[in-house]
Design a protein around this ligand. Structure first.
Ligand code: SAM
Length: 279
């Protein structure tokens, strides 16, 4: 353990065993643990036989708590920062405190571990190569709709966090704004009632109605990105153009090939010119 350092420590998102050896070591050996909810922290610490002193750092006191952390670091103390679940500063408090500590010139050391979004993505079997992590949508309906409108054109898989009392309304808003895309509902990950269900956004309400228990717990929602026009296969496009150009003028062939393949007109035109020249 380095003196005067802030360790940002990921804790479990459900199963208390999902914590790294390094995280346990830091929590055991640091001077102070700054925790989002001290009762939650004590539950975790007790489970792992750790009795380090705990102070509070949450959304509503983060600015003043950050000064306190800097003060403790100035006294040479080492501090671990934890939140109720997963990785601090990810849809959680932590970023303000880390910023204050960095500005004061003290080292900040990440101790990686659980994160609900990554946990859901790892087991969802979604082959999309990219995703956009959004976190919580606004609670208010109009603001939520505005945000979804802004996300609508994104080709990337959208990753949302949601609370049980808002999940149905959020999914309904997604269906309305984004259209009937596929959603993977990842619920209660690493816990007793862990569930992963994939359906169309428009079918989710019926799934929840069929078993109200599915509305309980914590949710990650993985929503398909906007459909992108697939680039037509170059070989197929060339073949279509060659056939059409045997019977039609270049202009007519380009028009029809564009319609048939969905390729960009300029690309089809250039290919037609090249074919016409015997390229
Ligand atoms: N910092 C955390 C992380 O690294 O994932 C996220 C904290 S955020 C305040 C809490 C939200 O994360 C929940 O409302 C839920 O959307 C998601 N979440 C946390 N634990 C989860 C779990 N076990 N299963 C599904 N979602 C979970």
């Amino acid at each position: 353990m380095e003196q005067s350092s802030l360790y940002v420590v990921a804790t479990p998102i459900g199963n208390l065993a999902d914590i790294t050896l390094r995280a346990l070591d830091v929590l055991k050996r640091c001077d102070v643990i700054a925790a989002e909810d001290t009762r939650n922290a004590l539950h975790l610490l007790k489970h792992h036989g750790i009795d380090t002193r705990v102070i509070s750092l949450h959304e509503h006191n983060e600015r003043t708590a950050a000064y306190k952390l800097v003060d403790l670091l100035a006294q040479g103390k080492s501090i671990a920062l934890i939140t109720d679940a997963g990785t601090p500063a990810i849809s959680d408090p932590g970023a303000l405190a880390v910023c204050a500590v960095r500005e004061a010139g003290y080292p900040v050391v990440p101790i990686p571990g659980a994160n609900a979004a990554i946990c859901a993505l790892s087991a969802a079997g979604i082959t999309a190569p990219h995703f956009l992590f959004y976190g919580f949508l606004p609670q208010q309906a109009a603001a939520r709709k505005r945000e979804l409108e802004a996300l609508k054109a994104s080709p990337y898989l959208l990753v949302f966090y949601e609370a049980p009392h808002r999940v149905a309304a959020s999914i309904a808003a997604m269906a309305e704004v984004l259209g009937d895309r596929t959603v993977t509902i990842a619920r209660e990950l690493t816990k007793l009632f862990e569930t992963m269900h994939r359906c169309a956004l428009g079918e989710a309400a019926a799934w929840f109605e069929a078993d109200a228990n599915q509305l309980k717990g914590e949710f990650v929602l993985l929503v398909e990105g906007a459909p992108t026009a697939a680039a037509p296969d170059a070989v197929a496009l060339t073949h279509v153009l060659e056939v059409l150009m045997r019977e039609l003028s270049l202009k007519q062939a380009v028009k029809l090939a564009t319609e048939l393949t969905g390729a960009r007109k300029n690309d089809v035109y250039e290919l037609a010119l090249a074919l016409g020249k015997g390229a």
